[in-house]
Design a binder for this molecule. Structure first.
Ligand code: HAM
Length: 410
């Protein structure tokens, strides 16, 4: 037996309705915001991720699936969605007209230590908005995230929000953080010693508990924001207040990717981040495009489904409608014709394809959750009147063979 790779999960037929409900909600809400879908390759030149996510991040340093292709090019499976979308948008001039609002639903690959809610392949519903430096851009994006979760029936996530400033205020903050880190140098982990030199901000999302304890006393970025960044942050919060989105300010939130500027946020269920994102005004330019302010988020679908179910959300699981059971072999062709007619009307229908007995067909229909079973035998074929049994109530109704459209409205 060959098993699934460690850290991956099959989406089984018994669960696919949950994924379909999430994807349907994502597409419905994205359309209401006039966001268009984008798909990018599952692999890209590894360089793209080094240059965007940052070579001091765990994602790039420890977690990328990286390989040489047969032509000797260094490639990587995408460890997140934003870099590929920005690359595609620049390469195809999608941002000639602004703003552009894009969304995606895709697999993401990170070589992590698998545990609850942490996989090596996970899936994200993500949105990336290109073009505006105004605070209303964050508000619009968080509005989409909020409406998406509400559509699923899930309003219990806590929005944590912070500003990590722009390059100008970050320089001063980095200097203060470096000074703090040199004072605790002997007590922090080896990774943090390296981070302290390359990119001190990265130390703050170290997962080692003793480091986390030490960083509780680290200087906070919020004390170093320039006036423009402070005003921007206040305007984002005011915009959220105005549209009734609740949040808490989390001054320790820095996120694990290097491309963010100013606003960063996470929607959490307890300690588990279900959705995260922020503003990334420098990334387009960094990847060779025109300076273009952007905001975006990624929502982990596995985590979202688990958190929603833990909070009692029931995903829409439509029942199939009519099973057409054959009482005799002569009736089987008629059953095939009836299911075709029903499907042409948009009614979910199935008939026996296994040569089962009538009793076994009823059992199958019941297990599959069909609402009605229509039995076709000699008397139905001669009378042209079919009876339908409601499998929930036991009630039996008759329909005329010439008027199957009546079933549509049942
Ligand atoms: P991220 O926070 O790394 O951000 O991932 C977004 C979401 O993906 C997380 O909140 C979490 O729900 C889910 N996730 C991440 N890693 C795993 C994992 N190993 N197993 C299961 N779920 C996971 C990004 O990826 C950014 N690209 C978000 C973004 C878009 N920022 C701007 N635009």
């Amino acid at each position: 037996m060959i098993n699934a790779p460690k850290g991956t999960k099959d989406m089984l037929p018994s669960e696919s309705y949950k994924w379909q409900a999430v994807e349907k909600a994502a597409k419905k809400i994205a359309a209401l915001y006039n966001a268009k879908q984008i798909r990018t390759p599952v692999f890209e030149h590894a360089e793209l991720f080094l240059r965007s996510i940052g070579d001091s991040t765990d994602i790039v340093n420890k977690e990328m699936y990286i390989f040489d292709d047969k032509g000797g090019r260094k490639m990587a499976l995408r460890p997140e969605g934003t870099a590929g979308v920005v690359r595609a948008v620049l390469e195809n001039n999608v941002i000639e007209t602004l703003p552009q609002k894009l969304f995606y639903i895709e697999g993401v690959y990170r070589y992590e230590q698998p545990q609850a809610g942490r996989y090596r392949e996970h899936h994200q519903f993500g949105a990336e908005f290109f073009g505006s430096a105004l605070p209303c851009f964050e508000v619009e994006l968080l509005g989409l995230a909020h409406d998406f979760l509400r559509e699923i029936g899930f309003n219990d996530l806590l929005l944590k929000i912070n500003s990590i400033g722009c390059n100008k205020c970050r320089a001063q903050y980095n200097a203060a953080l470096r000074e703090f880190l040199s004072g605790v140098h002997d007590s922090i982990c080896g990774d943090c010693k390296r981070r302290a030199e390359v990119n001190p901000l990265r130390t703050l999302d170290c997962k080692v508990p003793s480091c986390q304890e030490i960083y509780k006393n680290a200087p906070r970025i919020s004390d170093y924001l320039c006036d423009d960044c402070k005003a921007h942050h206040a305007a984002v919060l005011k915009g959220l207040d105005d549209i009734g989105i609740k949040y808490v300010e989390d001054k320790n939130l820095v996120r694990g990717l290097d491309y963010y500027t100013r606003t960063v946020f996470e929607l959490c269920d307890g300690d588990m981040a279900v959705l995260g994102g922020g503003r990334y005004d420098g990334l387009c330019e960094q990847l060779g495009g025109k300076p273009t302010p952007c905001v975006g988020f990624g929502c982990g679908i596995e985590r979202l489904i688990a958190a929603a179910e833990a909070h009692g959300v029931k995903f829409d699981n439509p029942q199939p409608k009519v099973f057409v059971a054959a009482q005799s072999d002569e009736a089987r062709n008629t059953c095939l014709k009836i299911v075709k007619t029903l499907r042409d009307m948009g009614v979910t229908a199935e008939c026996d394809l296994m040569g089962k007995s009538l009793k076994a067909q009823f059992k199958h229909a019941d297990r599959q959750g069909f609402v009605y079973v229509m039995t076709i035998g000699e008397s139905e074929l001669s009378s042209g009147v079919y009876s339908l049994k409601n499998m929930n109530s036991g009630e039996v109704i008759s329909v005329n063979a010439k008027d199957l459209s009546a079933i549509k409205d049942l």
